[in-house]
Design a protein around this ligand. Structure first.
Ligand code: NAD
Ligand code: IPM
Ligand code: MN
Length: 368
């Protein structure tokens, strides 16, 4: 039986609560004989600051590099509002993405049939939605230098963030989007702001050339990022794959999350380049540490469990197991099990742990 090394980084707030449910599901797959899953757990974010003074230790980074996949919960929270910028909780996650080379962030937004009414949009606009946002994750304004606040002679302070993209960075993320589209509905929308930003001009140019040279069979549309945000709430089903930069992708994926019913529904995969047949990967829900509901057994673990399904598919090659987990999520929702965020009025909500248990019950049920 194949053996897989997994590093669990639960983090802060609801991170450990949802990560625990993914661990339960992973243990079930182990018991079911799908593989030997060797897990290690370490601290990240605020939890690592409390223990070590930094949001990611070199030891934890080493474990992440040695793992076949990292399962990440969430980081941050008001407790660490005062820590220096360089060692804030979120810096631990950004360092993991950068140092592992995880440039391709896949954020699928799927509206499960049973949740069409839970979306803030009219059900007919979201029913059957199956959208993939491909977000560039290791470049752009997140990492560009200079990034600083300086005090001017007149006493004012001036903040600078720098958006940088190179041809190579744009080409490799666009190639990921085109390759994915070919296995889906064969359409890519590339979102940037070439009307305002030089990086947008280059982005559009590189995507256009790559398309003409290697992907002319795939439908390509260029859309300004602000228009894309509007289109996502006007008529989201027009899109198949949306490819965009780091910052626009962050914002557009939170918008897409609400189309599915809740931010607690959106999983993600962050992938590196393929080297010798393998690639580094980290799987995490799109949501954060949700300080407003942390510690209440109220968080929806499906974004985290869905991220585990992506790990089974993209890192372990266990696509049958991934299909089985996705089907268990669909059936659990169809059966009416709801955490508070997707319950709506008048529906009894279950807790985080009960949702995890319900998924495992469906995994155990004979195939329908
Ligand atoms: P958030 O995603 O934590 O929460 C936004 C809203 O969505 C909250 O009302 C929250 O209760 C709700 N929500 C989020 N996940 C949910 C779930 N699984 N089930 C039910 N409801 C859920 O965003 P925020 O409040 O803006 O940020 C809080 C902290 O999290 C900040 O420190 C931020 O930097 C951090 N953050 C971390 C990550 C990450 O670790 N990947 C992602 C986003 C935000
Ligand atoms: C996300 C988060 C992160 C981001 C933060 C926590 C650094 O919002 O993964 O969507 O902005 O990328
Ligand atoms: Mn975000």
């Amino acid at each position: 039986m194949a053996s897989y090394k997994i590093l669990l980084l639960p983090g802060d707030g609801i991170g450990p609560e949802v990560a625990h449910e993914a661990e339960k599901v992973l243990a079930w797959f182990g018991r079911a004989g799908l593989g030997t899953f060797e897990t290690e757990t370490d601290l990240v974010g605020g939890a690592a600051i409390d223990a070590h003074g930094v949001p990611l230790t070199e030891a934890a980074l080493g474990l992440a590099k040695a793992a076949d996949a990292v399962l990440f919960g969430a980081v941050g929270g008001p407790k660490w509002a005062g820590v220096p910028y360089a060692v804030r909780p979120e810096a631990g996650l950004l360092r993991l993405r950068k140092d592992l080379g995880l440039f391709a962030n896949l954020r699928p937004a799927i509206c499960y049939p049973a949740l069409a009414a839970a979306s803030s949009l009219k059900p007919e606009l979201v029913e059957g939605l199956d959208l993939m946002i491909v977000r560039e994750l290791t470049g752009g304004v997140y990492f560009g230098e200079p990034k600083e606040i300086v005090t001017l002679e007149d006493g004012q302070r001036r903040a600078v963030d720098t958006q940088i993209y190179t041809t190579g960075e744009i080409e490799r993320i666009a190639a990921v989007a085109f390759d994915l589209a070919r296995k889906r509905r064969n359409k890519v929308a590339s979102a940037e702001k070439h009307n305002v930003m030089k990086s947008g001009v280059l982005w559009k140019d590189v995507v256009t050339r790559l398309h003409a040279e290697h992907y002319a069979d795939v439908g390509l549309e260029h859309v300004l990022a602000d228009n894309c945000a509007m289109q996502l709430v006007r008529n989201p089903k027009q899109y198949d794959v949306v490819v965009t930069d780091n910052l626009f992708g962050d914002i557009l994926s939170d918008v897409a999350a609400m189309l599915t019913g809740s931010l607690g529904m959106l999983p993600s995969a962050s992938l590196g380049a393929v080297e010798n047949g393998t690639r580094r990967a980290l799987y995490e829900p799109v949501h954060g540490s949700a300080p407003d509901i942390a510690g209440q057994n109220a968080a929806n673990p499906l974004a985290m469990i869905g991220s585990l399904a992506m790990a089974l598919r993209y890192s372990f090659g266990l696509s049958d197991a991934a299909d089985r987990l996705d089907a268990a999520i669909t059936r659990t929702l169809a059966g009416g099990t709801r955490t508070r965020d997707i319950a709506g009025t008048g529906v009894n909500a279950v807790g985080t742990g009960e949702m995890g248990d319900a998924i495992i019950r469906e995994l155990e049920a004979p195939a329908h």
